[in-house]
Write a protein that binds this ligand. Sequence first.
Ligand code: KMT
Ligand code: NI
Length: 177
Amino acid sequence: MVRTYIHDNNNSEDFRSSHDSGVEVTLAQLQKLGVLYYHLTNPKDVETLAQERGYKNQDVVNISLETFQNDESALLNKLNVFYEEHLHDDEEIRYIEEGEGYFDIRDAMANEWIRCYVEHGDLLIVPAGVYHRFTLSHTNFIIARRLFKDEPKWEAHNKSEQVDDSITHRQYLKSIQ
Ligand code: KMT
Ligand code: NI
């Protein structure tokens, strides 16, 4: 089941650790940032939700040591990419089928990271324009369904002054005011 809290910002510790500052965040606080949470155990409910919100594309990612032929540095290279602070031009759904991981959502008001521990059945709707990042935990294993709205705009825009100033990010900031 999901657990949400403020990230401790201890960057000398492996990013796959829990980084729990001890300060809990409620799902209502997450919702104020435009991030919606559902716990769904029936995959059919995921399909229904996706249809209701007009999703057209999806894929399933399996990220584990095995995926990278037990080459931990190759896995870490991939995780480093996911862990770059970034945003997308479209809303996206992430549904965890197996394993576990952490989605960090940038609280643009408090300028803090909200860490969302996710495992089987947890579903996050991540709005367009919100900065976020992802990592596995030390179990190094997740299977996640990723749902995309239109043409798969899977492109990530890493944080920069230009992206801060983009229409996508500015519209997002307006939407949470
Ligand atoms: C994202 O948008 O950050 C991702 O898709 C991360 C991988 S999904 C487990
Ligand atoms: Ni992303």
